[in-house]
Design a protein around this ligand. Structure first.
Ligand code: SAM
Length: 283
């Protein structure tokens, strides 16, 4: 059971890998990308079936708390802007941005996720241009975008999230903005459990050893990498980006939908999501 992203426990994962073992061990960038590409390709159908309605085909939900870009406007005015969605999955956010008048491209590691994006394109007639790419090496020229965004896409999963920050800086024009959501770093210290057990810290927040699920042959089939809050800020600033603000969405009253480890119970006590608002300074 994973700690750092919406649950895959009941999403057909057993059909993909009959017996997995959870471990904490180093995982290189290449091993991480291969494992996660396979995992998202293999579970995408179930993931979209389970979460598609909540995400909406044309909708920008930042996190399991339900924070909606239509309400919070973290990206500011998007009309006419060139926007990159990193780790776009089935493209729900990018499609919403297009509906607001933006020019959007999406990238994702998983071809199957992008096939779902294409399926929704056809159903909605709102088409998101998207391509398979690793967020650690974005296939775009320097200064191509006014904005970049990522709603739990790529960043919690990559070995080298500092590289993603550098790539965001590179593809943004000076003055451009980058806004991304990730699992709140505090959650790393707690069991991945939406119930009361998930309220008692049982491991070190400071232990950066990756979370790795391995198959019977010892191959990684799913990997998450932890960053503390200071690590995240260090990577943002180290890439040359400015951190303008941070949002810790509170669990809304009346919001009963659980998503993996995210639940109303835990949401009352500890943050589940961190959203970082960054920009590439002018000049
Ligand atoms: C939780 S989904 C987020 C997408 C969408 N916002 C959603 O909520 O469904 C995470 C996405 O990140 C993608 N991803 C994981 N690692 C990546 C990487 N290294 N580069 C690009 N995308 C990656 C996965 O394939 C998956 O589609």
């Amino acid at each position: 059971m994973t700690q750092d992203h919406p649950s895959h426990e009941d999403q057909g994962y057993e059909a993909l890998v009959e017996q997995i073992v959870v471990s904490r061990r180093p995982a290189s960038a290449a091993e991480t990308a291969a494992a996660n590409r396979g995992w998202w390709d293999g579970t995408s159908d179930d993931y979209q079936a389970e979460h598609g309605e909540f995400l909406r085909d044309v909708g920008f939900v930042w996190c399991p708390e339900g924070t909606d870009e239509a309400d919070v406007h973290l990206l500011g005015d998007v009309r006419g802007k060139r926007i990159l969605e990193i780790g776009c999955g089935a493209g729900q956010c990018g499609r919403w941005l297009i509906a607001q008048g933006a020019h959007v491209a999406g990238v994702d590691l998983s071809a199957r996720q992008l096939q779902h994006s294409r399926r929704i394109d056809e159903a909605t007639a709102v088409r998101l241009p998207a391509l398979v790419a690793n967020a650690e090496r974005l296939p775009f020229a320097d200064s191509s975008f006014d904005l970049a965004c990522s709603a739990f896409g790529a960043i919690p999963f990559v070995a080298d999230s500092a590289a993603v920050m550098r790539e965001a800086w590179r593809v943004l024009r000076p003055g451009g903005r980058f806004v991304f959501s990730v699992t709140h770093p505090l959650r790393w210290a707690f069991p991945d459990d939406p119930g009361p057990n998930g309220l008692v810290a049982d491991r070190s927040y400071f232990d950066r050893t990756p979370y790795v699920e391995v198959d019977e042959a010892g191959r990684a089939v799913y990997v998450e990498h932890h960053r503390t809050m200071a690590d995240r800020i260090g990577e943002i600033v180290g890439a040359g980006l400015r951190l303008d603000a941070m949002v810790e969405p509170e669990w809304p009253d009346g919001h009963e939908r659980e998503w993996g480890q995210w639940s109303p119970l835990r949401g009352r006590f500890i943050p589940g999501t961190a959203i970082f608002l960054c920009s590439r300074p002018e000049g």
